[in-house]
Design a protein around this ligand. Structure first.
Ligand SMILES: Cc1ncc(COP(=O)(O)O)c(C=O)c1O
Length: 463
């Protein structure tokens, strides 16, 4: 084993070559590193001098020593290391993470109230006290739970208290926690077909007894559920705007579903991921608001209304489940960083959230129309759209054929980040089309120009 200056030299050289120490980055002062490692200053100085001599480090005199800013290293193998083996999953990850047109399911990045958010963040950073350095409560920061309870009661028609709210770090976290707290290995779990791709992927891993129920123009086909999957213990559904078809679960089916859950003592997991964005005059309350038997576990998120980067979502629990969830949350550890929870709770309780939502609702409705117009003008005969009452995306169904995967590949090459609908189906009966997000399109002209990019190839494929 190398000791002394050689060990230090090797360690720094390797970190620079691996890219974990980047060009221009400062390295510790000789005196500090020597004290840290418990070695003489001379030892560190010798190592640094060799690194400087070889061009890895540059001394900036009194300002310290930095990694040579002119160092041009091949990017480390990080990029390939960060890929997953499942190609379809990798494709979706790329669509989610890359910049381009028609990105699905993200809020309008150009209209976020950045200044207000920064102002509130500053207030919370300055208000930091020693007690804020402790582990935050596993069920979430109390004022945020309070703010969420008020919000869902007013806006989504629920009737809950803050004690029923459990803060989580995203939809998949919520889903995993629900099954961890309530399900046994053999419980039948039912998911929608088609259904949210990432949700399906998670359930395939954690639910051994997973089944699907088809979705049509009125949402989840509850008759099918009653006929073929009546003994399910969990139904996971998107009643406000189905993912990805964006249809709303009809009132008769809502009642049928709630009644079934009551009779079977089953749980309905209501994923209300974008219920805020409903464009008809009628208010659309959550399924949970009609749930007199308390069989609905309501799952919400701030990824669509604020930003996905915050990773704050929540579960509103039936009262009987609160203690069980609290216990599970303590065991599996669900606390989230405190600061974002503080900022968000201030954003809601000071009224900015309601204002922002109102603005986004009008904006998204207008942006949807821009994309619909553009689609109609560029591709008048290739697609049809079944207009739904809300959501953050449309589905452009193919008028003929089933080549949505090939078409999506072509569009993606032009940075149009659309998903092929058929890929979201679990069963053999599929529909074909492109799932298109519109929340970040700023004008009809922009949408038209983007849609024209793959024009020739689209016509060549679809005729
Ligand atoms: C159907 C569906 N549910 C839930 C979510 C929320 O995801 P998260 O809260 O993990 O960001 C999304 C986001 O895309 C979604 O499409």
């Amino acid at each position: 084993m190398m000791t002394g200056y050689q060990a230090i030299y090797q360690r720094y050289k390797q970190q620079i070559l691996a890219g974990s120490l980047k060009a221009g980055e400062k390295v510790p002062a000789i005196r500090v590193l020597a004290a840290d490692l418990g070695v003489a200053k001379k030892t560190v100085e010798t190592a640094y001098n060799i690194l400087i001599g070889e061009g890895y480090l540059v001394s900036k005199g009194a300002r310290g020593t930095i990694v040579n800013p002119d160092l041009k290293l091949k990017p480390a193998t990080e990029q390939t290391l960060n890929k997953v083996d499942d190609q379809k999953l990798q494709q979706l990850i790329d669509l989610r993470d890359n910049a381009g047109f028609f990105r699905l399911g993200i809020p309008a990045l150009d209209e976020f109230p950045y200044k207000k958010w920064l102002l509130l963040s500053g207030k919370d950073i300055r208000a930091m006290r020693p007690e804020h350095m402790l582990t935050p409560p596993v069920m979430g920061y109390a004022p945020l739970r309070e703010a969420i309870a008020n919000y869902v009661n007013i806006s989504r028609g629920l009737n809950c208290t803050a004690s029923q709210v459990c803060i989580t770090s995203g939809y998949k976290h919520s889903l995993a926690l629900i099954l961890q707290a309530l399900a046994t290995r053999h419980d039948k779990v039912v998911y929608e077909d088609p259904g949210y791709f990432f949700g399906q992927k998670l359930l395939k891993r954690i639910a051994e007894n997973l089944h699907y129920v088809p979705v049509d123009s009125q949402g989840l086909n509850v008759d099918y559920l009653l006929n073929y999957q009546r003994d399910a213990r969990f139904v996971i559904t998107t009643p406000a705007h189905h993912s990805p078809l964006a249809v709303t679960l009809s009132l008769p089916r809502r009642q049928q579903l709630l009644q079934w859950a009551q009779e079977q003592q089953a749980w309905i997991v209501e994923d209300d991921y974008d219920g805020e964005f409903h464009y008809t005059k009628k208010v659309l309350p959550a399924l949970k608001s009609q749930d007199s038997a308390d069989r609905v576990i309501y799952v919400g998120t701030f990824s669509k209304t604020i930003m996905p980067a915050m990773r704050i979502s929540y579960i509103v629990l039936p009262k009987v489940l609160v203690n069980r969830f609290h216990e599970t949350a303590e065991i599996v550890e669900t606390s989230l960083p405190l600061l974002p929870q503080q900022i968000l709770s201030r954003f809601i309780s000071e009224g900015h959230f309601f204002k922002h939502l109102k603005k986004m609702r009008a904006l998204y409705q207008a942006r949807r129309q821009m994309v619909l117009n553009a689609l109609q003008s560029v591709y008048p005969t290739q697609f049809y759209v079944e207009l739904t009452d809300g959501g953050m995306h449309i589905v452009a169904f193919l008028k003929t054929g089933n080549q949505d995967e090939q078409l999506a590949n072509i569009w993606q090459q032009h940075q149009l980040l659309v998903f092929p609908l058929s890929a979201w189906y679990a069963g053999k009966t599929k529909r074909y089309g492109l799932v298109i997000g519109y929340t970040n399109i700023q004008s009809e002209q922009q949408a038209t120009e983007a849609l024209r990019l793959p024009y020739e190839q689209t016509l060549a494929l679809l005729g």
